[in-house]
Design a protein around this ligand. Structure first.
Ligand code: TRP
Ligand code: SF4
Length: 328
């Protein structure tokens, strides 16, 4: 293997991806795929931990996510892309790992506590929710991931994966590398209203949005609240439009900054410029998206190839695991 090691990461297929995913996650994956053997998983079982009663759109969401990944530059020739539920070995490892982790450890997981609050399910907590990090450890360890690129919110899960790997190695002999989190200097992109960009807040621009939608959404963005009239000088630092210019109109950001502070440009024009920048930024992605939407068999083939490659690795690991645990 000529690359630096194995990267394993995943996303729950909860719907179309937005610019926050592109800037925060996918651009990072794209960079890593040159240096590492990358495996990217559509975590459909994980999606069920909270959406077990809403499976009507699951298949559509899986497809859209894969289309977004590939359109954004995840290269299926270079990386393995697969759907979690197509690999039964992950479920087997999940079961085996659940033997060596304590309930109290999982109850201490801060994301679990947050989820219970958020979902308001105190009296009927799905077991799968408690077990979420064990399944994530199974994802990572099945593929012997060395590094796991994630956002900060996922650090508690990676910590649990590390503990489980250590414990397994201690009990049954050296089998798994201890996966390390890979925290990129993630560029944060806020939503149209200045809150975190999220589908549930309805404040996101999607990779699939066309020029007209982008223009309409940008028009609604919050600007410097103290800049009421055209000749009021503005403060780009408190304006979410400017936060976007920094990323999508990088080469003109300084000029825009000055123009805003000196009241030489109006917010309407500033937004028009931004809508154009985002449209340009997404144009290759849109073209690729169209191609994949028109030729669904390309996506089928990519997923079929991905699952074959992933399963080969998974089978070897599970053989090793069963042997180590005296299951055969
Ligand atoms: N829990 C991750 C998230 O919500 C998604 C995920 C599932 C994942 N399996 C993984 C991430 C394995 C990294 C490695 O973002
Ligand atoms: Fe924001 Fe641009 Fe208006 Fe300045 S000119 S407040 S950066 S939208």
């Amino acid at each position: 293997m000529s690359k630096k090691g194995t990267i394993l990461s995943g996303m729950r297929p909860t719907g179309k991806l937005h610019l926050g995913h592109l800037i925060g996650v996918l651009d990072n994956w794209k960079r890593l795929q040159k240096e590492y053997d990358c495996i990217f998983e559509v975590a459909d079982w994980h999606a069920l931990t909270t959406k077990f009663d809403q499976t009507e759109e699951l298949q559509e969401n899986i497809r859209e996510q894969v289309i977004d990944w590939i359109s954004a530059g995840i290269d299926p020739e270079e990386s393995i892309i697969f759907v979690q539920s197509h690999i039964p070995e992950i479920a087997e490892l999940n079961l085996l790992l659940s033997m060596i982790v304590s309930v109290s450890r999982l109850e201490r997981n801060p994301t679990y506590k947050d989820q219970i609050q958020e979902l308001g399910v105190k009296d009927s907590i799905p077991f799968g929710l408690l077990e979420y990090p064990v399944l994530q450890a199974a994802d990572i360890l099945t593929f012997k991931g060395d590094k796991v690129p994630v956002g900060e919110d996922q650090l508690p899960h990676i910590e649990i994966s590390r503990e489980i790997a250590r414990r397994f190695n201690h009990l049954y002999g050296e089998t798994f590398p201890e996966p390390e989190p890979e925290l990129a200097e993630i560029k944060k992109l806020l939503g149209l209203d200045g809150r975190k960009m999220s589908k549930s807040y309805g404040n996101a621009i999607y990779l699939s949005d066309g020029p007209k939608e982008i223009e309409n959404k940008v028009k609604k963005m919050v600007t410097d609240p103290d800049r009421i009239r055209l000749d009021d000088p503005g403060n780009p630092e408190v304006c979410s439009v400017f936060g976007y210019h920094r990323i999508f109109t990088e080469d003109k950001a300084e000029e825009i900054d000055k123009g805003c502070r000196k009241a030489q440009i109006g917010c309407m024009d500033c937004k028009k410029t931004l809508a154009n920048s985002i449209t340009d930024y997404l144009s290759d992605i849109h073209q690729k998206r169209r191609e994949l939407k028109e030729n669904p068999e390309i996506v089928d083939e990519i997923l079929a190839k991905g699952v074959n490659k992933a399963r080969e690795i998974a089978k070897v690991t599970l053989e090793e695991v069963r042997k180590a645990m005296n299951l055969k």
